[in-house]
Design a protein around this ligand. Sequence first.
Ligand code: ADP
Ligand code: MG
Length: 247
Amino acid sequence: MINNLSAKNLNVWFGEKHVLKNVDVEFPKNQVTALIGPSGCGKSTLLRSFNRMHDLSPDAKIEGTLTIDDLNLYQKDIPVTDIRKRIGMVFQKANPFPKSIQENIAYGLRINNLSYNQSYIQKALEEAFLWDEVKNDLKMPATRLSGGQQQRLCIARAVALRPEVILMDEPCSALDPVSTLKIEELIHKLKEKYTIVIVTHNMQQAQRVADKTIFMYLGEVKEEGKTYDIFNNPVNEITKNYISGHF
Ligand code: ADP
Ligand code: MG
């Protein structure tokens, strides 16, 4: 199995607070991995570490080895923009630029010095299952789209940069059930081309979309494995309690 993204012995502190403790994780290529665990256990901190989003927090201290293929993500001479082209991120609250639908794709490409044409923009929107819904409104402000459409636009903006990995931090938490299912369908399609990591509090969602599941608790990885095994034969007592809602 090929892993293109991994963390070895990752420790993260915010000031005195030790938030991630000796975390070892591997995200296999062309698979969906779900990150689950109670609020505050460090799921977002882990995702953000891969995107170097703690670079701007002066009180953050990071130790360990994070790699994409053989590239060390914290190597000094690697511009963070190069990393973010390879590792895209989608957040809980859809955050389109305050611009038109097509400009959301075009602007994202321009700020990353990538060239594009109209058919490239169309392709990105098609890839996020959005084209048919927006093809007559490309100049409309993105903020007029529904929440689910805005989230798919953010996914289109991410895939337009041709990443290898897409990190999704609770992408459906703010969405209705129909929009949620649409995004799950999209995730199934996207894994043919990308490595996907999804943080979710929805245990059914993890079982629907994820090949692999990682359970975190108090900053540590407590259990991981094939999604079916984690949900049907959890080994750890804490995992059992968490997935059955006794928490
Ligand atoms: P989760 O996503 O699993 O809910 P987080 O990764 O957001 O958990 O948070 C893990 C812990 O780190 C929490 O205790 C949170 O308060 C703390 N934390 C997260 N970001 C920061 C930060 N920038 N500064 C200080 N503490 C933080
Ligand atoms: Mg979080």
